[in-house]
Design a protein around this ligand. Structure first.
Ligand SMILES: C[S@@+](CC[C@H](N)C(=O)[O-])C[C@H]1O[C@@H](n2cnc3c(N)ncnc32)[C@H](O)[C@@H]1O
Length: 218
């Protein structure tokens, strides 16, 4: 029996747990709308996946329909309330999945063991992006690929950037730790990949419209 089972959860834990549960429900409701915007890009980014594929923060599993059935998929998702939706999605698609609780900063995988790491809308949320990118580099095989689609900070000195920075403290609370003004491309360029190629696109969304999509090679 755990201490929490004996003394009960504190109000803060109950609030945090409710927040995680609500966020998972909300992602399950909204991901199909987001996929109408980025679906074509996902299809081309995820073409030719093979071998061991590790997805960080897979959430409710909106990327699963884009994957071939013969890959070995490992998901590292810290929010346990996402797992219910993800398992349901995998079952619907007839996919075998290996879903684990964990976080991207301390990836539960061997060094040089993964062919492809995938992240969509996760680098904005991880508490430490530099640790996350080092963990990805550690687990990727030499020549392995990191595929990403991320919303990022708007260009400096624009009205949107000002808005992103102003709203950031509240956004982090309602968005489960999401930073709307993170300059993710700078962290990617400085992480030590052999190459980083990405393009920007506008997802036509409020606050988090600026996106990058790309491939970094170890
Ligand atoms: C905005 S959601 C995106 C989910 C999914 N990738 C998608 O495209 O819909 C952010 C996800 O990152 C996960 N996350 C947050 N912090 C994380 C961390 N440190 N390591 C791994 N995943 C994390 C959250 O639990 C959530 O599932």
């Amino acid at each position: 029996m755990t201490v929490n089972q004996i003394i009960g959860d504190s109000p803060n834990q109950i609030f945090a747990n409710f927040g995680k549960r609500f966020f998972a429900w909300m992602m399950a409701q909204t991901s199909s709308t987001y996929d109408k915007i980025v679906g074509d890009r996902k299809r081309s980014l995820f073409a030719n996946l093979q071998g061991k594929v590790l997805e960080i923060g897979p959430g409710t599993g909106p990327n699963l329909p884009y994957y071939p059935k013969n890959i070995h998929w490992i998901g590292i998702e810290p929010n346990p309330h996402m797992h219910f939706y993800l398992h349901k999605q995998a079952e619907k698609l007839g996919l075998n999945i290996d879903l684990r609780i964990g976080n991207a900063e301390w990836l539960d995988a061997e060094d040089n063991s993964i062919d492809t790491v995938i992240s969509t809308l996760v680098l904005c949320s991880v508490p430490n992006i530099d640790y996350t990118l080092q963990a990805i580099l550690r687990v990727l095989k030499p020549g392995g690929r990191f595929l990403f689609i991320e919303h990022v900070a708007a260009p400096q000195k624009t009205l949107l950037r000002q808005l992103q920075s102003t709203i950031s403290p509240i956004w982090k609370v309602i968005g489960d730790g999401c930073h709307p003004d993170r300059e993710t491309w700078i962290a990617l360029e400085n992480a030590g990949f052999t190459s980083v190629n990405y393009e920007r696109f506008d997802a036509q969304l409020p606050i988090v419209s600026p996106h990058i999509i790309g491939v970094a090679i170890k």
